[in-house]
Write a protein that binds this ligand. Structure first.
Ligand code: SAM
Ligand code: DTB
Ligand code: SF4
Length: 333
């Protein structure tokens, strides 16, 4: 019988943008040993196997968001999420970036709980933050919600290297998680980011009740973007009290490994980031995610509003694995 995972001479053409959902699902469902073997083989062709990128996250505007994303503690639509806070000063953010650099991070990512960017003093302050982070010699990334083409160009002119905007899940499952914006809105922002010459960071969340086919659909959409996103964050849902997804059972780490390995095979040059949810993974599960192709981590004891493993714990894990922090890219990615 024809092997659907080997169609289109997959091995001969590692960089493809014409994947279909059935072949991606067939890869995802391979026996785990075979899947991880293929992912490792791709990983070693395109990346140093002993390097991981360290990124630090900071929430520069927390809570009070107008969107209703079912997983997010920062949505004002859920009772009992985080309180809305004032936006941080640029100086405060730049001081945090300096500390992140001293601890070994090479990329500093600033998040705002916004549905979209609105022109005015708050956006001007973000532009100042980006300029300040760039002056420190770090890669600068922001995640601010939807962006117009003009705003993307302004961020580029301020020196922004990358923009994070996740597809989160499949187009089909999206409506059961978020109702206040569409999948097309998300894709349009990614297009604006790409057209402005900024690196694209886009991925999703595992463990919201989506099926393996939904995971394959999301990965297919990402892999058919041309060029591929330079980074793909894979988040394990952090179930937060007060959000509609608070009661979801923890994701099986082997399911996370499958998503990471499939992303690695589909997008060989991309940095695949093992993102939220690491505090509920053992060291061994995190190591397996890296063996399956994850080569980027959030470093620092806090994500945006939820905890992340401590710096000492992570430094020990990397040391024990014989993995070194990646040097900063000359030009991002
Ligand atoms: N407001 C902007 C947006 O939604 O694009 C940027 C910040 S938002 C918090 C960035 C991403 O964090 C979301 O797209 C989602 O993938 C991830 N995220 C948020 N809450 C999460 C949770 N509880 N568990 C896992 N990932 C989460
Ligand atoms: C991404 O994919 N994961 C990060 C980053 N992009 C901005 C955010 C994770 C947030 C987890 C929930 C929180 O800490 O609020
Ligand atoms: Fe707002 Fe982003 Fe949270 Fe959605 S994920 S509620 S857009 S902060």
């Amino acid at each position: 019988m024809r092997d659907p995972t080997m169609s289109h001479d997959a091995d001969a053409r590692p960089i493809r943008h014409d994947w279909n959902v059935d072949e991606v699902l067939a890869l995802h469902d391979l026996p785990l040993m075979e899947l991880v073997y293929r992912a490792q083989s791709v990983h070693r062709q395109f990346h140093a196997p002993d390097e991981v990128q360290l990124c630090t996250l900071l929430s520069v505007k927390t809570g009070g968001c107008a969107e209703d994303c079912g997983y997010c503690p920062q949505s004002s639509k859920h009772e009992g999420g985080v309180e809305s806070e004032r936006m941080l000063d640029a100086e405060h953010v730049i001081a945090a970036a300096r500390r992140a650099k001293e601890s070994g991070s090479t990329r500093f990512c600033m998040g705002a709980a916004w549905r979209e960017v609105k022109d005015g003093p708050a956006f001007d302050r973000v532009l100042d933050m980006v300029r300040g982070v760039k002056e420190l010699g770090l890669e600068a990334c922001t995640t601010l919600g939807m962006l117009t083409d003009v705003q993307a160009k302004q961020l580029k002119d301020a020196g922004l290297d990358a923009y994070n905007h996740n597809l989160d899940t499949s187009k089909e499952f999206y409506g059961s998680i978020i109702t206040t914006r569409t999948y097309e809105d998300r894709l349009r922002t990614l297009e604006n980011v790409r057209d402005a010459g900024i690196s694209v960071c886009s991925g999703g969340i595992v463990g919201m009740g989506e099926s393996p086919r939904d995971r394959a659909r999301m990965l297919t959409t990402l892999a058919n973007l041309d060029p591929h996103p330079e980074s793909v964050p894979v988040n394990a849902l952090v179930p937060v009290e007060g959000t509609p997804l608070a009661g979801r059972p923890p994701v099986d780490p082997l399911e996370l490994v499958r998503v990471i390995a499939t992303a690695r095979i589909l997008m060989p040059c991309t940095k695949v980031r093992l993102s939220a949810g690491r505090t509920s993974l053992t060291r061994e599960a995190q190591a397996l995610c890296m063996i399956a192709g994850a080569n980027s981590l959030f470093y620092g004891d806090r994500l945006l509003t939820t905890p992340n493993p401590g710096v000492d714990e992570d430094a020990k894990l990397l040391r024990d694995m014989g993995v070194r922090p990646m040097a900063r890219a000359a030009a991002a990615d």
